[in-house]
Design a protein around this ligand. Structure first.
Ligand code: DQA
Length: 146
């Protein structure tokens, strides 16, 4: 099973950006964790990060015909991007939305998520662990299939 893990703007600044919210671990730490969890679960992962909305759209389109699942933290574009939503709807690949922080408990403008309209599940407020749970969700699907 191949999973695309797609991360949006400013997540490359993990460890630097607002550590009181996002912690001290870096983006590379996140990539390393996702890779090792995926290996344990026998999932193949393609991990991508971009600060640009159109690049995220292109990556989602690239997943078409290649990925069995998408894990996406669209970061700020979660709350603004109809283009990201449309891309997820277009490829119609099972999607899990992840956020490091609990977007329901922060500023009101973070409560609305376009990504949620195309996602089977949202995991938020669990830090890096949220990505592990998202991988587990697909791992369980894989087991159910066989
Ligand atoms: C985030 C939450 C978003 O509101 C914010 O814009 C981010 C990160 C999270 O992972 O908690 O950049 O998606």
């Amino acid at each position: 099973m191949k999973i695309y893990v797609i991360n949006g703007p400013n997540l490359n600044f993990l460890g630097i950006r607002e550590p009181q919210l996002y912690g001290r671990q870096t983006y590379q730490d996140l990539v390393d964790s996702v890779r090792s969890w995926a290996e344990e679960m026998n999932l193949e992962v393609e991990i991508y990060q971009s600060n640009h909305e159109g690049d995220l759209v292109t990556k989602i389109q690239e997943a078409y015909g290649k990925a069995d699942g998408i894990i996406i933290n669209a970061a700020a574009y979660t709350h603004t991007s109809v283009a990201v939503l449309d891309a997820l709807k277009a490829v119609a690949i099972p999607t899990v939305e992840v956020h490091l922080t609990d977007i329901q408990e922060r500023e009101p403008f973070r409560r609305h998520s376009y990504v949620s309209m195309a996602a089977e599940k949202m995991i938020c407020g669990k830090g890096f662990e949220g990505y592990r749970e998202a991988l587990e969700y697909f791992c369980k699907k894989q087991t159910d299939r066989t």
